[in-house]
Design a protein around this ligand. Structure first.
Ligand SMILES: CC(C)(COP(=O)(O)OP(=O)(O)OC[C@H]1O[C@@H](n2cnc3c(N)ncnc32)[C@H](O)[C@@H]1OP(=O)(O)O)[C@@H](O)C(=O)NCCC(=O)NCCS
Length: 404
């Protein structure tokens, strides 16, 4: 093996990068991937090469993310793959290390294929999601009556126009939600037959308020399944966004009471998903907890200034960061409900927080106090841990509703 080099991507790398990543993840990249090519940002990709051959890849996508009290730029990292012939020789470490030092955003986020991979680079699991495998015969939902015209369906062309404002509104309500450009929406609603896994075409269900305005939608597919004992059809819910309680209840009621269906699978529920309040038998929901969005703070003062805090706080935080030494040091964080200021200081630290734990708590879904229990976060001034834990928390849990 010659020496491994890392360089910035070029447009012509697209196919070779897709092949390396596809083989690493064990899927066949689609031959006709026009939208994928248009979404590719070569100048934000890094490739590792062994001679002429690409042996490792990573990409950063330009997207925004909702964080407590704001929507901010976040490098969306994806496409991390290393050829099996070159694994465990530091190729990923070289790619991720350089990427984190170079991204212009103050935070980077990703979905990890395995939870053991990214902690070593200072990523923390900031969002924990819940997946459901609901037994529709047992779950016992209330049946919500709807008025004529309240529920309806959209074509894909209508959805391009109608759905983006709802996602933006969701970003204002919950941290952890990634924004979508027009092109990204096209990709999201693309519905190639070969990607359906035997399910129906995607159905786009919407809820309208009394004025006719859409205030909620659900993207779902069905799968016919007949057993000797009768129908056991499967509903797969891909996304549900509801801005009002009436929309939320009506959409879920529709989905949970569909004729012939026995199960409903959904992979993107929040830890505090309100559905738990609506069903009578939560034990029939087949709940499984998992890490979803991992977050890495790449610029401490900028990151801490661009989110809002649940309570006023004035503390000196010592951040430790082995990968990006420029991040390490002491910072005074001063915030009230509406403003935040974070600057370097020589004052003694009230708390020490490793950068990974700063990432894990950044979206308000994990508690600093949780990490003090294992000694990862250390309190130096009595009371500092409580005030910081309350200030960093947020009234609603973050949720990431899309693997990117
Ligand atoms: C995961 C992957 C990118 C790692 O690439 P790599 O070049 O072998 O990684 P490195 O050699 O830089 O490994 C660095 C460290 O991470 C560890 N590591 C690598 N993959 C890991 C995994 N899946 N789980 C836990 N630890 C892992 C290594 O053991 C090594 O630890 P060490 O420093 O203590 O020895 C590669 O194995 C791969 O492509 N896997 C399949 C696709 C995939 O899962 N991609 C990630 C998508 S989010």
């Amino acid at each position: 093996m010659t020496e491994i080099a890392v360089r910035v991507g070029v447009a012509e790398d697209y196919e070779a990068m897709s092949a390396v990543f596809g083989t690493a993840m064990m899927f066949d990249p689609s031959g006709d991937d026009e939208l994928g090519k248009r979404l590719f940002e070569p100048e934000r990709a890094l490739v590792a090469t062994d001679g002429e051959e690409i042996v490792g890849t990573t990409k950063a996508l330009t997207r925004d993310l909702s964080v407590p009290g704001a929507v901010v730029p976040a490098a969306h990292v994806t496409g991390v793959g290393v050829r099996a012939t070159h694994r465990r020789r530091g190729v990923m470490s070289a790619l991720i290390g350089r990427q984190l030092r170079e991204v212009p955003e103050a935070i980077a986020v990703l979905w990890a294929s395995e939870p053991g991979i990214y902690g070593r680079f200072g990523y923390g699991a900031a969002t924990r999601g819940v997946s459901y495998e609901i037994d529709l015969h047992r779950v016992g939902p209330p049946v919500v009556p709807t008025r004529p015209g309240e529920l309806g369906e959209l074509t894909v062309d209508e959805a391009y126009k109608e759905l983006p404002p709802l996602l933006r509104a969701l970003q204002e309500r919950r941290p952890g939600v990634s924004g979508r450009s027009e092109l990204k929406w096209q990709r999201h609603l693309e519905d190639k037959k070969e990607d359906r896994g035997g399910r129906t075409a995607r159905q786009i269900l919407v809820h309208r308020d009394e004025t006719g305005a859409i205030d909620g939608y659900a993207l779902w597919r069905g799968k016919m399944n007949w057993q000797a004992a009768g129908p056991t059809n499967e509903v797969r819910l891909e996304e549900l966004v509801a801005l009002e309680p009436t929309a939320y209840k009506a959409l879920w009621s529709y989905l949970l009471t569909m004729d012939l269906a026995a199960t409903l699978a959904y992979g993107y529920a929040a830890l505090d998903e309100p559905l738990l309040q609506l069903v009578t038998t939560p034990t029939a929901m087949g709940r499984r907890l998992g890490e979803s969005l991992w977050l890495r703070v790449t610029d401490v003062p900028r990151a801490l200034e661009q989110r809002r805090y649940a309570a006023a706080v004035d503390l000196v935080i010592e951040v430790t960061d082995e990968l990006i030494p420029a991040n390490a040091g002491r910072y005074r964080l001063t915030a009230d409900g509406t403003t935040a200021r974070c600057a370097r200081t020589d004052d003694p630290a009230d708390l020490t927080i490793p950068v990974g734990e700063l990432g894990a708590t950044y979206l308000g879904g994990r508690q600093l106090a949780e990490f003090a229990l294992t000694g990862r976060v250390v309190e130096h001034t009595p009371g500092a841990l409580n005030s910081a834990t309350i200030a960093f928390s947020w009234p609603v849990h973050p949720v990431s509703i899309e693997v990117f």
